[in-house]
Each structure stands twice: as C-alpha cells, then as structure tokens.
Ligand binder design. Sequence first.
Ligand SMILES: Nc1ncnc2c1ncn2[C@@H]1O[C@H](COP(=O)(O)OP(=O)(O)OP(=O)(O)O)[C@@H](O)[C@H]1O
Length: 508
Amino acid sequence: MVTKNVFVVAQKGVMVKNDVVLFVVYIVAGFVAVILSAVFMKIYNNEAKRSSLEIKQLVFAKSMRLPMRYYDIHHSGEIMSKFVYETDMANDIYGSRLRRVLAPIISVAVYVIVMMQLCWSLTLTLLLFNVLIVVLNGLLAKPMSQVGKAMADSNAKMTEKLTNILLGIEVKKLYDLKYINEDKYAKESNVYVSHQKKKMAIGALLEMFYNGFDLLCALLFLAVATAFIQNDWVSVGNVAAIYTMYGALSIRFLQLGKSYPELMNCLAYAERVFGFLQIDEERDILNSETTVRVFNCENAVDVVDISFSYDGKRKVFEKRSLLIEKNKTVAIVGKSGGGKSTLAKLMLGFYNIQEGDILLFGTSIKKLGLINARNLIAYIPQEPYLFGVSIKENIRYGNLKASDEEIIIAAKLANAHDFIMYQKEGYDTLIINGGKSLSGGERQRIAIARAIVKDAPIILMDEATSALDNESERRIHEALEQLKHNKTVIVIAHRQETINIADTVVEV
Ligand SMILES: Nc1ncnc2c1ncn2[C@@H]1O[C@H](COP(=O)(O)OP(=O)(O)OP(=O)(O)O)[C@@H](O)[C@H]1O
C-alpha cells in the first residue's frame, strides 16, 4: 500500500496532509507489527521449549516402563538414539519447522488478499506460476520423508554399534577385533552419510529450481503487467504495489519450499517417537486391597504348573511346579540353560507366564501386582549393576528410607564393610562405570547389602557363575548364613559350597 501511495503522490506531483497522515499510520502499523511479532515469537518459543521438554520426559518415562521383552530384543543404543536424537528432530517441528511452514502460508494469504484487491486478474496470473512450486514441493516431500526415516534408522544403528564397541572394549582389545567392530561402525556411518548426501541433493535441487523459477516468475510478471497496463486494465501504481508485494511473497514461497520437505523429514522422526510412545507398557495389576499374609502362610513360593517360552516357540518350562517353604534356605540347581535364572525372573514378574501361576505367600503375583510382588523379594542378580553414585547410595537404593547406620549394619552383614572402608573415601566412594574397579565378589557383596536393607521376606540370589577367589566366596557364604534367619533364602547355586548351606535342594 505504501508503494501504491508513493506512485499516486508521484503522479499527483504534490503531497497533501492526508498523504502524510496515511504514511504516519503505515509507519505506526509497521512498528506495532514488529512488536506483536516479537511477542508472539517469544510465546511460541516458550511453548516449543515446553513441549520439547514434555516429549523428552514422556520418552524417558516410557523407556522406564516397558516390559522386559522389549529390552531383550531392542538394543540399548536404539533407545538412546530415540531419546537423544530422534526426540530432538521431532521437537524441531515445534521448534522451527512448523513455524517456518505456517508463517509463510499466513503471510502469503494476507498478501494475496491485498493483491487481489488491487488487481485480481493480474494476481491470479502471477499465482498460477507459483502453483508449480507447490506441486514440486508435493513431489519432493515424499522422498525427503523417506530419506528422513532412513537417516533415523541409520542413526539408531550407529549408536547401537558404538555402544557394542564400548561395552565389549575388553574383548575387542584382547582379540584385536578392530576390523570387525570398527568396520561395522564405519559401514553404518557410510550409509548415514549417503542418506545425508541424498537429503542434501534434494535440498539443492529445490534451491536451484526455486532460484531459477523466481527469476522466471519476475520476468513473466513484468511481461504480463506491461500488457495489462497497455490495455488499461491496471494502473502503474497498482502494478508497482503488486510487484513489491510479490517480491515479499515469492521469498515466502521460497521459504515454504525449503521448509516443507524439512518438516516432512522431522515428521518422519516424530512418527518413530510417537510409535515408541504407543508401545504397551509393563502390565501391572496393582490391587491395593491384597494384603499378603506373610506370617500366616507356610509356603513362601508356590509355582503351580507353569509353562513359559520367551519367543513363543521354544518352551523353557512345561507344566512345571515347585514349592518353597517359608524361612527355609533353598538351593536351585540344574544344568546350564535349564531355566534357573528364568524362574527367578518369573517370580519377579519380569515376564508373563503363559500358563499356570506363581503364588507368593499364598497370593498369585497376578493379583498382587508387580510392585507388591517385587517388594516381597530382594533380588541379587548374577552380575549386579552398580549405579554411578557413592557406595552408600548404591546400598540405599534397596530402601530409600534406610539410615546411614542401617547401611553400615547391612554392609557388615554382607561382609562388605571392610573392603568398603579400604576404599579411598569409604562409603562415599563414587562408583564409576558400573563398578568396574571393584572385583566381582565385592560388587556382589554390595548388592547383598542392598538386598539386606530392603528387608524383604524373600532373598533371591542368582549366584555368580564367574569364578570368585576363595576369600570372596567364603565371605559371600558367610553373608548368606547371616541372611538365613527369619528369611526365605533362594539361591540359584552353581557351587557345591553354596548347595551345602541349603536346607533343601530343588532341581530345575
Ligand atoms: N531374554 C531371553 N530371551 C530369549 N531366550 C532366553 C532369554 N534368557 C534366557 N533365554 C533362554 O532360556 C533358556 C533358560 O535360560 P536361563 O538363563 O534361565 O538358564 P539357567 O539355568 O539360568 O542357565 P545358567 O546356569 O547357565 O545361568 C536358555 O535356553 C536361554 O537361552
């Protein structure tokens, strides 16, 4: 409108009071528009940041609540990639991509309305040229979305391979697996780079097309506009105004052209993130009315005719039953791969039993709910995991309400106190890298102390299969002897010495 009025004033050759008022109004409107745009931008960015945080929190919460089977068949690197990279890419939709697509559409709509008022026929002719850009966007959006999906896949695989290398660094160094491990990573990163090149090629194609097309549109417009002026269908002022607006409009079209395929790329990531958020979570039937009669019941664990298979094909258990009396120490023995650890995991409700039931103190774990069932059992796995916090906090994870004194008592019972005191900062020593600087026996004794502070009626220990030195073994057995009082102790036993301390031996 300013351009149009400039031309009108120029044609009149004189500037009257009304023209000055009009220009002042335009300038004030311009200022208001700038301020409003800054305010909206701030609100939008705040909302975008909030939603970005929310999505990250949702993905994190979901990755904590998935059934054990999910972690069995999905690499931790894949989950990491989802959390770190894919959520960022998906969040980019709100962060900038959506804005970069919506803002030009709104601007174009406003410009078009004003341009139509100035000369609808010329505006329509001009817009017809731009329809081609929209068609091209549509054509390239699909390959962009496909390449986005391929990049997400490739990124997850790269993280997976890198995690594999880092987790197996000891074996890699021992066997010089450089060519196998590193080549796998290099291969995957090449795949990623090739997808990235494809993405850049599509982007470059669009850029090239738009730049050429912009020039062509300008030339066509001038030719058509000249014809319109010659036929007196439009004034020079209106043509100048439409052309000025077209300049701003075509920039937005270009922006739209670049941002739309990018938005498709981000949507591909969002699809993966939302797909992940829809995965069924670990089933938990929390029945608060179920009170477990630990004191009245004679049997701690009653496994009734269970059948179980991890993959639905090979059965680990077929109609298997066993009974564990309360306050007894039971050694579970059997051949390797016979299902001892699986039985422990079923007691803890890590997997759903296909047939039969497991009762803890007379109540089915299905009725108890996973949280209640797990509260009844203090589990010490074969290779306990220690978190990157102090030794004291690692023990406290068994019972967050445990006092420092209770932690020290538990560590003494677990025969862990002496070696803990021997550490640089005693109980405050920080555990690094899952406790790699401690021996297997020491890690297991910290886990025993953790199980002791939990004070659950059942202690379930999966004895380490790895060889422990005699001293470590003796100390763990002493700790187990301490635990026997007033507790049901179930040990998946691999050593004769462990079997010797049991009241009953059950073969699985
Ligand atoms: N997460 C899993 N997914 C699929 N199959 C599994 C899984 N864990 C164990 N298995 C299979 O189930 C069977 C029982 O394994 P389990 O670990 O329970 O045996 P185990 O008796 O504890 O062996 P070990 O004494 O060697 O520790 C094995 O054939 C094993 O390969």
